[in-house]
Design a protein around this ligand. Structure first.
Ligand code: GDG
Length: 511
């Protein structure tokens, strides 16, 4: 079965019939903020939002998330809800309000100074404080209240996003065992040895094992999770089927590599508005007669931005013929700025760019342009369309959607993707130039390879990558999750037809 937007919509309507769909995440898909005395609405730079918003637009339902914008309260109704997207409402956003202490303890500290570095192997020491764990519990409970209220007495499928809500599944099931609950963990799961450092491991794992279905990007992460549970908790583990039974309840652990809305992205990127943006950027960056590379990330130490910049420096050292010819634009969207490590990283990137530019600068050229700002989707597509190569050099990344967006933008079948082997995306995009981001020489060589690659090879590689992303887009991701849930949770009347049974077996076997 294919999974276009319409097909997913029809499938969900038919198979989930009267079921309500509730998505839960920390980050909200639309943020309202004051710009002077006007209110503006923006979409945050988040892979999770980029993936889930099209699904909610296709299926409808309620999205429960933290209301983080300074104009969020002014734009919601008495039930804390607002219809979105603003220009063409297709689903309801329910906002949960957190005070500063809750946000600092649950989001900044426990989630992003504790679980985030624990799950990514990037050699940052995770920090754990009991008072933050208490705030994490409190905030999970607040979200449970909102979900229980939204679900009411209706049969409901709750789809929880990410590591901010490890305790929420248990809280929901304890209060309403009829809820069907799935969770997708958007970041890697570490091996058992690493996870042992987490002081409240039993409580967290117990919370997650209230899910009917638990999804990770990769089989490897599923395996790590199952082994972690096997060695930490009283439970029955079926290693063949990747199913865990605790307190008489079974959780299926499955791999679902996430993706993007390929068709929409590709169509928009080929449109006239993006073409206009391309002309503007080309002029602004002085690209005439030059080769152009781009990197576009949240400013996060997992994304390997300093390593990328050092490899550009090395490339200029070893390839003098590209001096005065190469322009590299690094767009860095500020993120988690209340965490000192992120602020320091922002400063490190700025000073590295300054240092490298100072080293190579001529009267009419500097190699690196740094833009520390949030761009609109059209601007990002225009930059992707213009770039001879795009660098994704994450030190560790669950999937990485920027890599897939670059590929989707290149309807001209041109451009080279330089991609870290330590991204989930590298498992699918084998026709990228794969690199070890820790190895500066390897990355510098990859830049040279990208710039010298014959047009025919670029076309062949890009066509293959486009076929991969088109064939496994975000609707397929969601469709496979819903199919798996139907298999595990619903009795006979909702049994799928033969074709989908095959799909389940495949997705079951993929773990
Ligand atoms: C987590 C996992 C996994 C970037 N700059 C702007 C902007 N973006 C968008 C990109 C992309 C998204 O943000 C970033 O997605 P990633 O996948 O690269 O990374 P994370 O945010 O770390 O996401 C990751 C993902 O969850 C999904 O499961 O792939 O491994 O870490 O869509 O285009 N968007 C806008 N302006 C920008 O300036 N609007």
């Amino acid at each position: 079965m294919t999974w276009s937007k319409q097909e997913l919509h029809d499938f969900v309507r038919e198979r989930l019939r009267d079921f309500k769909l509730i998505v839960v995440s920390n980050r909200e898909p639309y943020i309202h903020g004051y710009a002077g005395d006007r209110i503006e609405c923006v979409q945050p730079a988040s892979g999770m939002v980029a993936a889930l918003d099209p699904i909610m637009q296709a299926c409808g339902g309620v999205w429960v998330a933290h209301g983080s914008g300074d104009a969020d309260m002014a734009t919601t109704d008495a039930n804390h809800c607002v219809d979105v997207p603003p220009e063409n409402p297709l689903y309801k956003l329910r906002r949960v309000w957190l005070d500063k202490e809750q946000e600092a303890g649950y989001y900044y500290r426990l989630s992003n100074e504790g679980l985030w570095p624990l799950c990514h192997i990037v050699y940052r020491r995770p920090a754990f404080h009991p008072e933050d764990w208490q705030l994490y519990r409190d905030v999970n409970a607040l979200f449970a209240d909102a979900v229980i209220e939204e679900a009411g007495d209706s049969p409901t499928f709750v789809f929880i996003q990410d590591y901010h809500f490890g305790l929420l599944p248990r809280m929901l099931k304890d209060r309403n065992p009829n809820l069907v609950v799935a969770q997708f963990w958007h970041i890697p799961w570490p091996n058992r040895e690493m996870f042992r450092a987490f002081p409240w491991q039993e409580e967290l794992l117990d919370g997650m094992l209230a899910n009917d279905l638990l999804g990770f990007h990769l089989r490897y992460h599923c395996r790590n999770f199952v082994e972690t549970v096997d060695r930490s908790l009283e439970c029955l583990v079926d290693h063949e089927r990747h199913e865990i039974t605790r307190r008489g309840k079974t959780t299926a652990v499955r791999a679902f590599p996430i993706s993007i809305d390929f068709e929409e992205h590709s169509d928009k990127a080929s449109g006239p508005e993006v073409a206009e943006e391309m002309v503007r950027w080309k002029r602004q960056l002085g690209l005439r007669g030059r080769v152009f590379g781009v990197g576009l990330d949240r400013i996060d130490y997992t994304k390997g931005i300093p390593d990328r910049l050092r490899s550009l420096d090395r490339f200029l050292e070893t390839n003098p013929e590209f001096r005065e010819r190469l322009v590299f634009l690094q767009v860095g969207v500020p993120s988690r700025i209340h965490i000192e490590e992120y602020r320091l990283l922002g400063e490190e990137i700025e000073s590295l760019v300054e240092e490298i530019n100072w080293k190579w600068l001529t009267r009419s050229w500097r190699p690196i342009v740094l833009l520390k700002q949030h761009l609109g989707p059209r601007a990002m597509m225009a930059l992707h369309r213009l770039a001879d190569f795009c660098m994704v050099t994450s030190l560790h990344d669950g999937m990485n959607l920027v890599a897939k967006e670059y590929v989707a933008s290149r309807s001209d079948d041109d451009g080279v993707l330089i991609l870290s082997r330590f991204t989930g995306a590298a498992g699918e995009l084998e026709d990228a130039v794969l690199v070890n981001p820790f190895d500066r020489e390897d990355c510098a060589d990859a830049i040279r390879k990208a710039l010298e690659m014959p047009a025919e090879e670029r076309r062949r590689r890009m066509q293959k990558m486009r076929a991969v992303v088109a064939g496994n887009d975000v609707y397929r991701w969601a469709g496979k999750i819903v199919s798996s849930l139907l298999k595990f949770e619903f009795p006979q009347p909702m049994q799928p037809e033969r074709e989908e049974r095959i799909l389940w077996i495949q997705s079951g076997a993929s773990c």
